[in-house]
Design a protein around this ligand. Sequence first.
Ligand SMILES: *Cc1c(COP(=O)(O)O)cnc(C)c1O
Length: 368
Amino acid sequence: MKPIYVTQPTLPPLTEFIPYLEQIWDNKILTNGGTFHQQLEQALCEYLGVKHLALFANGTIALITALQALRITGEVITTPYSFVATAHSLLWNGIKPVFVDIDPTTLNLDPDKIEAAITPQTTAIMPVHCYGYPCNVARIQDIADNYNLKVIYDAAHAFGVKDNNGGLLNHGDLSVLSFHATKVFNTFEGGAIVCPDEKTKRRIDHLKNFGFVDEVTVVAAGINGKMSEINAAFGLLQLKGIDDALAKRKMIDARYREGLKNVAEIRCTNVGKHSANYAYFPIFVEHNRDALYEKLKANNIFGRRYFYPLISDFPMYRGLPSAAQSNLPVARQMANEVICLPMYANLEPEQQNFIIELITTGEKNECK
Ligand SMILES: *Cc1c(COP(=O)(O)O)cnc(C)c1O
């Protein structure tokens, strides 16, 4: 059997991409906010139900720029249970990350633990909608309002996730998306900042283009964060198939849940059906997670232990007081138990059955 990885991009037929390339070759505009860039911003605003959105070359530069746009300094409260870019974006801005433990159900920042971590240096909260599961946005906003803090969501996993008020991405001061090849919606590499008003969008557009406002005016020490026309064109094409891809993911999610429901020592997540984009399928293995991980690997199934190790365990973070073992017990337990199983639109039912069988027929100490 061919290797099965945790994810695989959905690629439209190559012939469908050719007309986009022809248009780029005709226009000879390769980047700097060309037609496809404008069209994709517009199309994503409509699809995601957001007012303004600025495309970026990748999600990490978008995170770094979001922090710059709001002039965040000092300390920022964030989660250790995420991809390392979340905290790296803080370090790149000279900001001190302060890690707060997560809620065992949502796997996101535990709102009950945020206040205790606030100091006079705290200027913002950077929560992550981990696996696309919504944070408790109402509680987080309450705390932010009480202490006059900004909220920047790392929404890299949360493409298209809805909540009761429509788009989840409308919460906080800014939300940041990633369109990396491994994400639900991809532009090879790419990202975006969702912002509530035109003024903020303008500032972000300046920042992602070296700070240029016009030919001779530079208003900030900006960076080059622009998305190229080829990436934007691919995004437009990818967007046409996104609903179909999400529907397929939903079926795969249901099949895993059904197939694994009787395995006593494996927990699946339970965060409510309306609020998911089926971006990931994490399972939590109570004992001996790595034995199951290795067994899958030996059978050419490459699950990933997202998010192990915790960000707070990496060398540039582990000396921080908030990285202490005793501060993050829930995050640590989850990191020690998690395996993200293969999840992508074109995962075949036979492949999925094989994965489920491997898990359910394990020896007692491996997965029962
Ligand atoms: C993927 C990801 C990022 C980084 O996005 P890139 O587009 O790869 O730079 C940031 N945060 C989280 C939680 C991610 O999963």
